[in-house]
Design a protein. Structure first.
Lengths: 115, 115
DNA sequence: CATCGTAATGTATATATGGGTATAACGATG
DNA sequence: CATCGTTATACCCATATATACATTACGATG
């Protein structure tokens, strides 16, 4: 199976507010409770992961990820309820879109060369 | 109104087989009958426009754009019937997706900071 | 109060991307 | 058969993007 044929992004002021990469990152953060662990799991630099989180936190009217520095295990990061709602909504958009446009999608993909 | 909130791409072997940029380029080529004229209209370098066309032609099992070099006006390029079908299908996908996922989209975009 | 692992930020470097320019090939037309 | 505008391609360079590495801040815990 190929990795997600359909890619959907939501734009905001010319930039991507939400796309497959940010969603995947959020899921890993939610699972790991840490930005650095999520980054490592995705083999992405911590720097980049943090920047993606920062962009999200700044382009929405409420936090998507909250983090604490320091503490027994150095701190950590949690996906907020709102962030989880974003993840869910994004998945729904993906699923509903793929379903609603299944015919046209098939029309296109059936002509993609197999690699 | 903001420029297309929802951006959809169709992936092929890790790369983008079809996205908003390629579709817009195809439309300009269809209208102009020339890659270079389309590129100029989009203020894109001819080199890049040609590469986008090349990628499309190589990742589908039939040509999206056919071109002729030489001739009275130097030649030109035409979008094939298949290419036009791709454009139409893409537009349908955009429209149907936005419609099918309107609720979830609204849930997300209502929390985007106004810029 | 030293330790630990993470957040947060800075800086330098490598890589990818796209633009600019030049040049050759092409072929209908006058 | 010279001209013309376009396709097609190569080469170099500027810029953007992402990585790598380094450093500081943080604060619960032993």
């Amino acid at each position: 199976m190929q990795a997600s044929l359909l890619r959907i992004r939501i734009n905001h002021a010319g930039n991507t507010a939400l796309g497959p990469g940010k969603i995947e990152l959020l899921q890993h953060i939610a699972q790991q409770g840490s930005i650095s662990a999520a980054a490592k799991q995705m083999r992405m630099s911590y720097r980049r992961a943090w920047e993606l989180v920062d962009v999200m936190n700044r382009c929405f009217d409420q936090a998507v990820v909250v983090s604490t520095a320091g503490g027994s295990h150095g701190g950590g990061a949690q996906v907020t309820e709102f962030g989880q709602a974003l993840i869910d909504a994004y998945q729904q958009i993906l699923q509903k879109s793929a379903q609603a446009a299944a015919d046209e999608l098939h029309l296109i993909t059936r002509h993609l060369k197999k690699d």
